[in-house]
Design a protein around this ligand. Structure first.
Ligand code: CLR
Length: 984
């Protein structure tokens, strides 16, 4: 299979695989535990040999890693059942801090009916002060025995846990296994939706409930093929909800039968009793026979039975002091002692019935004063036992908590006494005949109870069957129809919303944004672009601008910003003034021939080929726990852009920087810069399904956006680890960053943490009083959720971003809020701008997908909104207009760009043209060539030196600095006159 890695991942698959395979053959032992990282499954800590991903005997998938072993707990296999209701389990565990995932907190966890909840302490738990809850039923649980680590990924939530001791670890793993399997069993076999949607506390109907739609840990969403949010517990009358609630309507009868464990236990116990009583009958026979044989001593019972009575007495005394367990549930009534002692006692319906010896020869023993025909009903077990064994005299009587009734006491004293002679006496008083009659009676009575229970069960079973037949007739087809219906409704709503949004955008009053007079003319054109929210060149003036000419006139080098600024200024200004009077083109004008009036394309040459996505996800699933950088990725996972282009996409809303540069107030400048930093994430919302190509080492990408006034160049500067560096320059700003992405695979989600800082140099304020401002900030974490669920994959961004103006000490702290199962909120971001002395200047809030506002609601104003999506964007990998244009290559441009430019990369081009199989073949070739080049370099002992960026290391932090040579060489001698390493 051809290979391709997730972003930031190695492309040297073949090499690594052979290495691992060799190790295996030689039977090399795994590395010592000390070398192990405590990080979860991430690209730096885990690699795996696919052959090793076999199954461990204890229902988990073992993944051998370079530095340790992670095992994934297996789910219920086909045909497998797990009826056993696991018990509640609780205790302290260490939980990794949420942010920034460093350090561990001790937390109290409770696992009950597949719900894992935790609180700070037992006290908090009792008070209901919970910190979190997840349903582990459909989660991915990975364990690492050596580190006593347990990671649970339930889509929206991930718990990273650690146990204090191995013993605790083993217990938790076992319990998690059981609860998970039982939940899966319930999902598969228990068709009671009411039960499925009821977590631990049935009364808890809050929207934070992970099983309730909106709480995204919902089972509905996790079940393969199910539509997230269609399993509705209450309210909303979606067709599926109606179905489920209809089913739940007959819930009482059903749940009665479902809870048959108690009944079954009762049946089993009674059967045992019956068996024992049969034995008793036999024994009595023996006694009878024995007595008959040993004629002459008819009043003395056998030594065997005497011994038994002594034992019984001893235990009964215990019981009076409360040590003998009092049955808590029906079905536990008859103890072996009682039965063995020949003292029949039976519990039915939770009441203990003493089947007292009835004597035909001694009627005073037969009928209690209560007038019950054959049984007396003591009030408690101890009462019953003392009634039976005679708490009335001697040993234990004083300790009996429930004093037997005088009646009971009086006749009991005949049966039992603290010492054998009394027993013998009482035995003598009771005729053998009594025992025989009694035993027979007990047997027949129990038989009767059994028959009664059986017929009761049968009735209930029949009721249930007829009910489920009714439900089954609704079943699959109806549910599918219902789902289809709601899907159609959603699509319709979506279309409407899009229309409305477009109208809102069109009417948007952002044109009122005040731009200082000196800059307004200059920026008119670019602002115009941003106002329209059509974030592409469609509205630009590039038709008046010959890129090639402009570039050949352009001076080179990026180090001297002021000289560059002036030259840029002229081109930018001229563009702006030329185009300043442009009216908005109509949608028809834009879409004509698939090109807008600028000549740029508005969509890709072909829609995304239809591929069986499932195989891809299956494939990924098989690779859980492996170092994904070493796993070959099929091209079907890719979008026809690479990471260098993706970096350029961050400049889609560069107008915000233009605006910032035109402002005088440092706080307001920061507001624009912060919003720009947020806007970088906007495009990822529709892009969860595909990954960008990994650039090859030495691959470059340039993008000249004369309409936006910037030019951008990027290069893949390192392969191990993969690092992409970029540099963009405009009249108003300089932007640069190098990106290295750490990837963590949690099972159901993939987390991407870009390391390194983004830098921005903003032109001095227009009043001329200040200097350039240098800003720097970090990236937040991107997470792709629901990798394997039946539902949609979706992207989340979370973490804190700190933007610092290193020139004047202003800061802005932005929080990207992680979507949680506790709230329906997604994509939220908020932050504050502070001055150097810590005084709050501005407040920002909004969503990285929708808008950023400044101020406090309701008077807050919009700072930014993303552009509307092109029509049919979902057919084109979810690309924005800007993204659609990134890989476009016209003949003219082709003459000026180097052969290393991404736009010449054949596999990516092939995919863009909709030729999936061709892309697959080409990708394999291209990656093979890269491996060969690396091998050659290694053999020659050469170190790779990137062409356009220079590595600089200060205090262990490395950064990649643009040399500026790219533009110089482009001009002179021109790339066409240079030699380059052949990348493809
Ligand atoms: C298994 C596959 C399909 C997962 C797809 C992962 C994709 C969606 C991930 C992988 C790496 C991610 C990128 C990592 C870094 C950045 C830089 C940031 O400033 C903007 C978002 C951006 C550009 C992310 C966008 C989403 C991204 C491209």
């Amino acid at each position: 299979m051809s290979s391709n890695r997730l972003v930031g991942m190695d492309t040297g698959a073949g090499y690594n695989h052979t290495k691992v395979a060799k190790q295996k053959k030689r039977g090399k032992p795994p590395p010592p535990p000390g070398s192990e990282s405590d990080q979860s499954i991430d690209t730096n800590s885990l690699s795996a040999d696919s052959q090793d991903a076999g199954r461990s005997p204890n229902s988990s998938q073992k993944i051998t890693s370079k530095k340790g072993e992670w095992e994934i707990l297996e789910g219920l296999k086909e045909g497998q059942r797990f009826d056993l209701v696991p018990r509640k389990f609780e205790g302290f565990l260490l939980k990794r801090r949420k942010w920034p995932l460093k350090g561990w907190h001790k937390r109290y966890f409770v696992l009950d009916r597949s719900q894992l909840t935790y609180a700070k302490s037992i006290g908090d738990l009792a008070r209901g002060k919970l910190l979190g809850r997840m349903d582990i039923g459909m989660s991915v649980v990975s364990t690492k025995a050596r580190r006593r680590r347990i990671d649970i990924d339930a889509d929206t939530l991930i718990f990273h846990l650690k146990c204090k001791s191995r013993e605790v670890y083993l217990q938790w793993v076992e319990q998690l296994k059981q609860h998970r399997l039982h939940k899966q069993h319930q999902i598969l076999y228990n068709k009671d939706p009411a039960k499925l949607t009821s977590p631990t506390s049935p009364s808890d109907d809050s929207p934070t409930d992970p099983l309730v739609p909106g709480g995204r840990g919902s089972l509905g969403g996790s079940l393969p093929g199910s539509h997230p949010g269609t399993m509705v517990r209450e309210g909303k009358a979606t067709p599926v909800a109606t179905l489920t609630s209809a089913a739940a309507g007959a819930g009482t009868l059903r749940s009665w039968l479902m809870d048959s464990a108690g009944l079954e236990q009762l049946t089993r116990d009674i059967t045992t009793t019956q068996h024992h009583l049969h034995q008793l009958t036999k024994l009595l026979y023996t006694i009878d026979n024995h007595d008959e044989c040993s004629h002459g001593e008819p009043t003395t019972p056998s030594t065997k039975s005497r011994r038994k009575f002594r034992l019984r007495k001893h235990k009964a005394n215990k019981s009076t002091s409360g040590e003998l367990p009092i049955p808590a549930s029906p079905g536990r009534a008859v103890t072996v002692d009682q039965v063995d002692a020949g003292l029949p006692s039976l519990q039915v319906d939770g009441n203990l019935c003493e089947l007292r010896p009835l004597s035909s020869s001694n009627p005073t023993l037969a009928m209690p004063s209560s007038g019950w025909p054959q049984t007396s009903r003591p009030h408690s077990y101890s009462e019953a036992s003392s009634a039976i064994v005679g708490g009335g005299s001697g040993g234990g009587s004083g300790q009996v908590p429930n004093t037997p009734s005088p009646t009971a006491g009086s006749h009991v004293s005949h049966h039992a006494a603290p010492n054998p002679p009394t027993i013998t006496l009482s035995m003598e008083n009771t005729s053998r005949e009594d025992f025989t009659i009694l035993a027979k009676e007990v047997v027949s009575q129990i038989g009767q109870v059994l028959r009664g229970i059986q017929s009761e069960r049968e009735k209930l079973r029949q009721a249930l069957e007829s009910e489920s037949n009714l439900l089954a007739s609704h079943s699959t087809t109806t549910i599918i129809a219902a789902l289809r219906n709601s899907l159609n409704q959603a699509l319709q709503q979506n279309a409407e919303l899009r229309g409305r949004l477009a109208r809102i955008h069109a009417d948007s009053d952002l044109s009122e944004i005040s731009v200082p007079p000196s800059m307004s003319e200059l920026l008119h054109k670019s602002l115009h672009t941003s106002l329209s929210y059509e974030s592409s060149s469609c509205f630009s003036a590039s038709e008046y601008f010959d890129a090639a000419d402009a570039l050949s006139d352009d001076e080179g080098g990026g180090s001297d910003t002021s000289s560059e600024a002036s030259s840029d200024n002229s081109s930018f200004t001229s563009e702006a003034s030329d185009a300043g009077t442009d009216a908005h083109p109509s949608a028809a004008e834009i879409e004509e021939d698939g090109k807008c009036f600028t000549g740029r394309r508005t969509r890709l040459p072909a829609p995304k080929p239809l591929t069986e996505d499932f195989s891809v996800w299956n494939f990924l699933y098989k690779n859980i726990g492996k170092d994904l950088s070493k796993v070959c990725m099929p091209v079907t996972l890719n979008e026809p852009l690479n990471m260098l282009q993706r970096m350029c996409e961050e400049l889609e809303y560069s107008e915000l920087l233009d605006k910032a540069a035109g402002l005088v107030d440092p706080g307001e400048r920061m507001v624009q810069v912060a919003t720009f930093a947020v806007s970088a994430y906007a495009s990822s919302i529709h892009r969860a399904a595909h990954k960008p190509f990994n650039p090859l080492l030495g691959e470059t990408y340039e993008c000249i956006r004369e309409d936006k006034g910037f030019r951008f160049v990027a290069e893949q500067v390192s392969h191990h680890p993969p690092v992409s560096a970029c540099y963009a320059k405009s009249h108003n700003f300089t932007f640069w960053q190098d990106i290295r992405i750490k990837t963590k695979f949690w099972g159901r989600s993939l987390e991407f943490q870009p390391t390194g800082k983004v830098h921005l140099m903003l032109r001095e304020a227009p009043d001329g009083g200040g200097n350039e401002d240098h800003y720097e900030w970090n990236k937040v974490t991107t997470c792709v959720h629901n990798l394997f669920g039946g539902g949609q994959r979706w992207v989340d961004q979370y973490g804190e971003m700190l933007i610092r103006n290193t020139s004047n000490g202003l800061t802005c702290k932005l929080s990207f809020v992680r979507a949680s199962s506790w709230s329906s909120k997604r994509h939220e971001v908020f932050g504050t701008v502070w001055d150097g002395s810590g005084q709050e200047l501005h407040t920002l809030f909004g969503k990285w997908t929708e808008a950023v506002y400044c101020g406090h609601a309701p008077s807050a104003h919009v700072v930014w909104r993303p552009g509307s999506m092109p029509e049919d964007y979902h057919l084109y990998f979810g690309f924005t207009r800007f993204a659609m244009e990134l890989n476009e290559l016209d003949e003219d441009q082709a003459k000026y760009i180097p052969p290393t430019d991404t736009r010449f990369r054949p596999d990516q081009r092939c995919l863009e043209e909709g030729n999936m199989s061709g892309a697959e073949v080409l990708k394999t070739q291209v990656e093979q060539l890269q491996r060969e080049r690396r091998k050659q370099r290694e053999e020659a002992g050469e170190e790779y030196v990137p062409m356009w960026f220079r590595r600089e290391a200060n205090n262990s932090e490395e950064s990649w600095v643009f040399t500026g040579e790219y533009w110089n060489k482009r001009k002179d001698p021109g790339f066409i006159n240079m030699t380059f390493e052949k990348l493809w």
